[in-house]
Design a protein around this ligand. Structure first.
Ligand code: TMP
Ligand code: ASP
Length: 247
């Protein structure tokens, strides 16, 4: 596979052009950042683990009729993806109160929300990724009204599937972040990644509020055993996917 120039280097991935202008190659890095890159570090094997988990989840979502940018994974840390123009929104879906929702509303950590909450954040590191209102989003022309409706519907559909999938892994899906892109036919595709970097995942079998954490909060809060937790998530995902193939 011949790879052309580096197009973009983000905090967690490097994107390369390929000989096909419709196809990009994403290289998942071990680098980890938090709090808008004020905290930096590395999680051993994170690139391979997150690329593998994302690849499995994108394939499962495709089976549910959700269009994603995933094409294939030519190596454990590499994903070939459809070239899309990323919509500069971080779409967060929450099922249980945690993180910034608790900090900004006073809701108690672990409060089960009566219905999933979909939020839009402006993907702008220089502004600290602020929470947007729908009117601000439209004012800035980050997406059209129709796209906002479509993205909200897709985010809720993805949440329905992922909640069930993670439950089969004995994991509670607390919240997660999605990014969407627009392809050359103006279709909205799910892009970026779905991994312990972008989801809050709690082990159903653990009641201790720190021991149950299987996601990037272990890194954010210096809880230790970060790689072990990520590895465990991958092993559970592979087991559930294997079960689908057999059953
Ligand atoms: P928050 O509670 O910090 O707003 O995070 C909500 C979810 O979004 C959580 O699952 C972590 C994920 N997330 C990202 O993937 N990238 C980010 O930059 C942030 C702030 C959160
Ligand atoms: N990904 C974000 C950053 O580095 C924040 C986070 O995930 O906490 O800066």
């Amino acid at each position: 596979m011949s790879v052309n120039s580096k197009l973009y280097e983000g905090k967690a991935k490097i994107l390369y052009a390929t000989e096909d202008p419709e196809v990009l190659l994403a290289d998942f890095k071990d680098d980890a950042t938090a709090f808008n890159a004020q905290k930096r570090g590395s999680i051993q094997n994170k690139g391979i683990i997150n690329c593998s988990i994302s690849s499995q989840l994108f394939q499962q979502l495709a089976k549910q009729g959700i269009q994603t940018h995933f094409i294939d994974s030519p190596a454990p840390n590499l994903m070939r993806v459809k070239a899309v123009k990323i919509i500069p929104l971080e779409v967060v879906v929450r099922n249980i109160a945690a993180g910034s929702l608790c900090q900004q509303t006073g809701l108690i950590l672990g409060t089960v929300l009566s219905q999933p909450l979909v939020e839009f954040y402006y993907k702008r590191d220089d502004l600290g990724d602020p929470l947007l209102t729908r009117d601000r989003l439209l004012l800035l022309e980050l997406a059209t009204t129709e796209q906002v409706e479509q993205i909200t519907h897709l985010a809720l559909q993805i949440n329905e599937f992922l909640q069930q999938f993670w439950e089969k892994c004995h994991i509670t899906l607390v919240d997660f972040k999605l990014e969407f892109g627009v392809d050359s036919q103006q279709q909205i595709l799910l892009a970026d990644e779905i991994s312990p970097d972008t989801c809050r995942l709690w082990d159903i079998d653990q009641t201790d509020p720190n021991s149950r954490i299987m996601d990037k909060d272990r890194f954010r809060r210096d809880l230790g055993n970060v790689e072990n937790a990520y590895q465990e998530v991958l092993q559970r995902v592979l087991k559930v996917v294997e079960g689908y193939k057999i059953g």
